[in-house]
Design a protein around this ligand. Structure first.
Ligand SMILES: O=C(O)c1ccccc1NCC(=O)[C@H](O)[C@H](O)COP(=O)(O)O
Length: 208
């Protein structure tokens, strides 16, 4: 099966277009004020309007209020929610939208323990942050801790770039990889060359 690619932290319409044209499957929009990649609803609207069809639009939140999530869903055609904080399963399932839950691989709790709580999650994004800390750190985690589960949809994130994504895929066999800082020149500013190199590496390892 082909490894899907999500490019997270898109802040400019043209970066979304470049990511889509390079072949990415999903883009992530960060709606958390503490992030250097945070976008307003107006910025997100412009990014989404510029996208071609068939690209999944993911809205990322960190411990949001219900009103914040509802405001985004009311204003924008969001396909998937991503919760990156300490949100409960009950909270995440409240919005009649599929969601993915970020799993903090820097946490003392095992990924399996964290996932158990979210039976309704459509998938899990395993990232290198500790619980309560921000993502998009550019740091990898120990891939040998990748869960051996076959019945859940697992996405790999954290410190990926064109130099390590092939090895990461070989070792973990994720459903998708998620990248942000590894395809940037500075936080929130995506680099077309790095995006293309990243997508090329994913295709190369998939074809072997
Ligand atoms: O990107 C952010 O600033 C951010 C802030 C708070 C929570 C999550 C955030 N980003 C999540 C991601 O972009 C993904 O987890 C990402 O693929 C991993 O980031 P990176 O290590 O930079 O590739």
């Amino acid at each position: 099966m082909r490894t899907r690619v999500k490019i997270c932290g898109i802040t400019r319409p043209n970066d979304g277009v470049v990511a889509a044209e390079a072949g990415c499957d999903a883009i992530g929009l960060v709606f958390w004020g503490g992030s250097q990649r945070c976008v307003s609803l107006q910025q997100a609207e412009a990014i989404i309007a510029a996208l071609p069809p068939m690209v999944t639009r993911v809205a990322l939140f960190v411990d949001p209020s219900e009103a914040e999530v509802e405001a985004a869903l009311a204003a924008l055609p969001i396909d998937l929610l991503q919760f990156h904080g300490r949100e409960s399963a009950e909270f995440c399932a409240r919005f009649q939208h599929d969601y993915i839950k970020a799993i903090a691989m820097g946490d003392a709790q095992s990924p399996e323990q964290q996932m158990q709580k979210h039976g309704k999650a459509k998938g899990f994004l395993l990232d290198s942050h500790a619980s309560g800390a921000a993502g998009g750190s550019g740091k990898t985690f120990d891939w040998s801790r990748w869960p051996g589960l076959k019945d859940r949809t697992l996405l790999l994130a954290g410190g990926l770039d064109a130099t390590n994504v092939a090895q990461a895929i070989k070792q973990t066999r994720p459903y998708a990889v998620d990248v942000s800082s590894g395809v940037e020149t500075s936080p929130g500013i995506k680099d077309p060359k790095r995006i293309q190199e990243f997508l090329n590496e994913v295709s190369r390892v998939d074809s072997h």
